[in-house]
Design a protein around this ligand. Structure first.
Ligand SMILES: Nc1ncnc2c1ncn2[C@@H]1O[C@H](COP(=O)(O)OP(=O)(O)OP(=O)(O)O)[C@@H](O)[C@H]1O
Ligand SMILES: Cc1ncc(CO)c(N)n1
Ligand SMILES: [Mg+2]
Length: 565
């Protein structure tokens, strides 16, 4: 007999609701929806499927959403939007394709419905082998497909079902005709944990009632709730352009229950964001529903999942408002906005290390200039990379200076690095960091900064240099080559020590420590191919005119490369 026990949870997984007996099978995840409870209970009565599964603690659980939807060849909506939204939210996404559409930014040119039995086969493949936490549905173009899906969900219950009742594309093309409405009302919606109609879809589900105002949306949400889904979100993307983008959320079960306890519960929530003026709104609905599903899969409660999803859609719309893809009037969004800034950043070039200017707050103070003025002058003089080394500046001021310097650096295509402070580098979106042997290990910095940012590590020995390579550093700063007073207790390694570090590593090296006009050529004449340049502090910044000194040093360095040739 199945190993079954019942437990009463005082708070539920999604929205507050009556105390529901939750079915637990030892070793298996908690079953969290009343629908699942019903199906699982009946199923467990029939067979012995819920015996303890083998448990391997070395395996990492990955939140997983299965989307059952149509393909959009334009990549902005449907399956493609679902995969991108889940990826952006850190959730695995499997796919069952119900239709293939020929679609672009102009409209829908064609729809090819996948045969019902092949939809069933895809469902069986995924559900029987890799059970998702949450199923999200989009375009379900035939009654047969809706019924097949409902049957599969009864056979393979999941934690939550998110239904986006896709019917008409924004361009006005029918994606699922009125014939599916009965199966939606009778079978799918009563199984749903949330249904997310837009204004037209809400109207269709209610037999064509006109919906124009937020008050109408509230009535519609309540009426749709009566059909059976546990939560309803009526989306207001199609409200008049003069209004905010308001979505109305309704959760009737909880309100009735709490009212019965004498608690006055607000059963409507308005999710409001300012309307972003952009033509790139194709796929907002798919994205919203997938993000709700992704957040539920991670373990969020329903209300938090909707809140995060709404914020995410707003952020993506705002980020994508000016992108130009296609010649039609409704473009797609760019879901992976977080990755975008890395694409725009010029990749690190070891030649950037040629004239490496390192700022110093004491020197700037002494000469009465701001960090930003110092950086501007060094860049105008020809510095090829800048490092902000600001040991005595308050964090807030450091961040502001970093942001201001970054603007200047971006204009000139000069990378900006932050010394030691990974937090400041992250907050300012600087190009990278330079860290010492006693700072956070480079591999930890790499994990925090991601694959694209530049990481430099100070190395005095071949062992340091080898570790820097292993840790994923991009370059080595090696010194002090000569005695210096910008760093206390800094052992001088000399030209020999510098050469030893260079030859022990594949990484590009910049020499540092007491280097200036008089000795830069001697350093560069070492002639090791991975020694790419010199890093200087006092020789530029402990002088009256930073730009002049930088120019002079640049000439000296250029001269040394001619001599080397
Ligand atoms: N211009 C906008 N600015 C801000 N938010 C918007 C805008 N347009 C839509 N939204 C939001 O996007 C989400 C999706 O709503 P919408 O009504 O556009 O869905 P839909 O019509 O199903 O979309 P789709 O084009 O994918 O079918 C909602 O949260 C809505 O408020
Ligand atoms: C395939 C597909 N699903 C959903 C929508 C709704 O945006 C669309 N346009 N295309
Ligand atoms: Mg839609």
């Amino acid at each position: 007999m199945a190993h079954l026990c019942f437990q009463v949870l005082s708070t539920s997984f999604f929205t507050p609701k009556p105390q529901i007996p939750v079915l637990l099978s030892p070793g298996a995840a908690c079953i969290k929806s009343i629908h699942q409870y019903r199906y699982l209970y009946l199923k467990a009565m029939q067979d012995d499927k819920f015996s303890t599964p083998p448990c391997d603690e070395s395996k990492v659980r990955v939140p997983h959403v299965l989307t059952v939807a149509g393909s959009d060849s334009g990549g902005g909506a449907g399956i493609q939007a679902d995969i991108k939204a889940c990826a952006a939210r850190g959730v695995y996404c499997s796919t069952v394709i119900t239709a293939v559409t020929a679609q672009n930014t102009v409209g829908v040119q064609g729809v090819n419905i996948v045969p019902e039995d092949f939809v069933a086969e895809q469902l069986r493949s995924v559900l029987s082998d890799m059970p998702p936490n949450v199923v999200k549905t989009g375009m379900l173009p035939s009654t047969g497909i809706v019924k097949t899906l409902c049957q599969s969900l009864k056979e393979f219950p999941v934690q939550a079902l998110v239904v986006d009742p896709v019917m008409v594309s924004t361009s006005g093309h029918t994606l699922a005709g009125p014939s599916i409405l009965d199966s939606f009302r009778e079978e799918l919606l009563p199984m749903a944990d949330i249904v997310t109609p837009n204004l037209k879809e809400a109207s269709a589900l209610l037999g064509g009632v006109p919906l124009e105002t937020i008050a109408d949306m509230r009535s519609a949400a309540k009426a749709i709730h009566d059909i059976g889904p546990r939560n309803v979100l009526v989306k207001g993307g199609d409200l008049p352009a003069s209004l905010d983008a308001v979505d109305v959320f309704y959760d009737g079960i909880s309100s009735n229950f709490l009212r019965s306890l004498g608690i006055n519960w607000n059963d409507f929530y308005e999710f409001r964001s300012s309307r972003i003026m952009t033509p790139n709104t194709h796929g907002t609905g798919c994205t919203l529903a997938s993000t709700v599903a992704a957040e539920l899969a991670k373990g969020s409660q329903m209300l938090s999942a909707v809140k995060v999803a709404k914020r995410y859609v707003e952020a993506v719309l705002s980020y994508s408002k000016n992108i130009a893809i296609g010649g039609g009037c409704q473009g797609p969004m760019d879901h992976l906005l977080k990755l975008k800034s890395n694409v725009e950043r010029r990749p690190f070039d070891p030649c950037d290390l040629f004239l490496y200017a390192v700022t110093d707050s004491r020197m700037n103070k002494k000469w009465g200039r701001s960090i930003v003025d110092a950086v501007k002058a060094a860049i105008e003089g020809g510095a090829s990379i800048i490092q902000l080394r600001e040991k005595e500046v308050e964090t807030g001021d450091f961040l502001e200076a970093a942001k201001a310097c970054l603007k200047i650096c971006r204009v000139h295509g000069v990378p900006l690095l932050i010394n030691d402070r990974i937090d400041v580098a992250l907050a300012s979106d600087a190009d990278g960091v330079h860290i010492g042997q006693s700072d956070m290990p480079a591999h930890v910095a790499r994990a925090l900064l991601g694959p694209d940012k530049i990481i430099g590590v100070s190395c005095k020995t071949p062992e340091h240099a080898q570790q820097a390579w292993i840790d994923g550093a991009d370059y080595i700063g090696s010194g002090g080559v000569y005695p210096t007073n910008t760093k206390e207790n800094n052992k001088t390694i000399g030209l020999d020590g510098l050469k030893t570090v260079c030859v022990s590593s594949k990484l590009p090296v910049v020499a540092i420590g007491g280097i200036g006009m008089s000795n830069a050529q001697a350093v560069m004449r070492l002639g090791v191919p991975n020694l790419k340049g010199v890093a200087v502090v006092s020789a530029l910044f402990d002088r009256e005119c930073v730009m002049t000194e930088t120019r002079k040093l640049l000439e000296v360095l250029k001269e040394s490369t001619k001599i080397a040739k």
